[in-house]
Write a protein that binds this ligand. Structure first.
Ligand code: F6R
Length: 240
């Protein structure tokens, strides 16, 4: 795992953007898998600016790490986030867009459909955010490190984070998600973990200085050469 320390959220987003831009400009058919939430918002803003100012993504395949179980157009879904923050804002579209369908009646079938997508397109980049409890995607504490795409239940702290991020009440907040497991996450050529803010400082301390354990899911990434963690000063504030 390579660690890049930056000053703040803006610098974190710029570093993430530089890496993705380079992949888009150099690969014949770049395959980029994104995450949603607060961590990548700045990165999406830069990507929108880039694309609308000439960064060509017409050869790029885009997909996502996970999706909440709930109506597709709910305010919190990955689907809504991706269209509001990216696809509806860019003036050229990627070659292909893949999203998990969180309202599919048959979750098992949907998981199998997405497995096929993952098998067809090997990802150049997987972008991640870090949960305050150390989760990655919806791989919550206790998830085995050999997990593969599955229907996950959220911890209480994750439900609270979703409420906070999307300004919704508890009874509106999703409690389950289809998520890539650690196995598929780590198959990407580059895994970029974006971490910013005081709220994440405990998880960062566990990630970098704690024991490698399913108690802090992100520690599954620690001894992996393809992982780049970009951490700002506030998130790094508890490190020795
Ligand atoms: C969202 C996801 C989550 C978030 C994590 C951090 O698609 O997979 O694992 O990345 O909860 O959320 P933020 O960035 O909102 O602090």
């Amino acid at each position: 795992m390579k660690t890049i320390f930056v000053k703040n959220y803006e610098e974190m987003s710029e570093k993430g953007y530089e890496i993705i831009k380079d992949v888009i400009e150099t690969k014949e058919q770049p395959v980029i898998s994104m995450t949603t939430g607060g961590s990548p918002r700045g990165l999406f803003t830069l990507l929108v600016e880039g694309v609308n100012n000439g960064l060509d993504i017409s050869h790029t395949v885009m997909m996502n790490l996970d999706e909440y179980i709930g109506p597709k157009d709910a305010v919190y879904t990955v689907n809504t986030f991706m269209y509001e923050n990216f696809y509806n804002k860019i003036n050229t579209q990627p070659k292909e867009i893949f999203l998990i369908n969180g309202e599919a009646d048959n979750k098992e079938e949907e998981i199998n459909r997405y497995k096929e997508v993952l098998n067809t397109y090997s990802r150049d980049v997987q972008v991640l955010g870090l949960g305050t409890n150390g989760h990655i995607g919806a791989n919550e504490p206790g998830t085995p490190f050999d997990s593969t795409i599955f229907l996950a239940e959220h911890d209480d702290s994750t439900i609270e984070s979703t409420m906070r991020e999307y300004n919704i009440e508890r009874d509106q907040a999703p409690t389950e998600m289809i998520t890539l497991g650690f196995t598929e996450i780590l198959e990407a050529e580059k895994v970029i973990l974006l971490v910013s803010g005081k709220r994440k400082s405990e998880a960062v301390k566990n990630l970098l200085e704690g024991e490698i354990s399913t108690d802090c899911p992100a520690t599954a990434l620690r001894d992996k050469d393809n992982v780049i963690v970009i951490i700002d000063e506030e998130a790094a504030s508890l490190l020795n």
